[in-house]
Write a protein that binds this ligand. Sequence first.
Ligand SMILES: [Fe+2]
Ligand SMILES: [Fe+2]
Length: 169
Amino acid sequence: MLPEKVEEILNIQIQKEDYSSQLYLAMASWAENKGYEGVSNWLYAQAEEERMHMLKLVKYVNERDGSARIPGIETPPDDFGDVFEMFDKVLAHEKYISGSINEIVAVCIAENDYTTQNWIQWFVTEQIEEEASVKAIIDKLNLVGKNNLYMFDRDIMSMRGGDSEETAG
Ligand SMILES: [Fe+2]
Ligand SMILES: [Fe+2]
């Protein structure tokens, strides 16, 4: 049985992963409208991954005899400035999510829930990878500069690595 506080914070994380998915979907649509095919494909794939994170949490909470709450959809913004600004926002969002995963670890320790503490390590590792991959994209963006966005857009999908293969288990 999940300690109440762990169940609560995991339910909050379900909301955050759901919002992440919607946020990246909004960014994907925005990028698609601007003609960035590669960037939008990257974001559509990212939105799918966030949905898998959400489902992974839902299944875990229910499996441990908790009750997962399915959140309502929060409307994300619809304008992200330019591609540079948008990826800064992606990185800031991933850092925020990493912070909430750390909070979950802290609650698990405080509540002596070593099972969840162990299980949540997958998310700890995932956040390291996500932050690193977004940082690599921002480095590349700065390298190519505003005048070579065509090249950047063409190449971005090749920077996804293997991370999209790892989905909810
Ligand atoms: Fe996530
Ligand atoms: Fe993420």
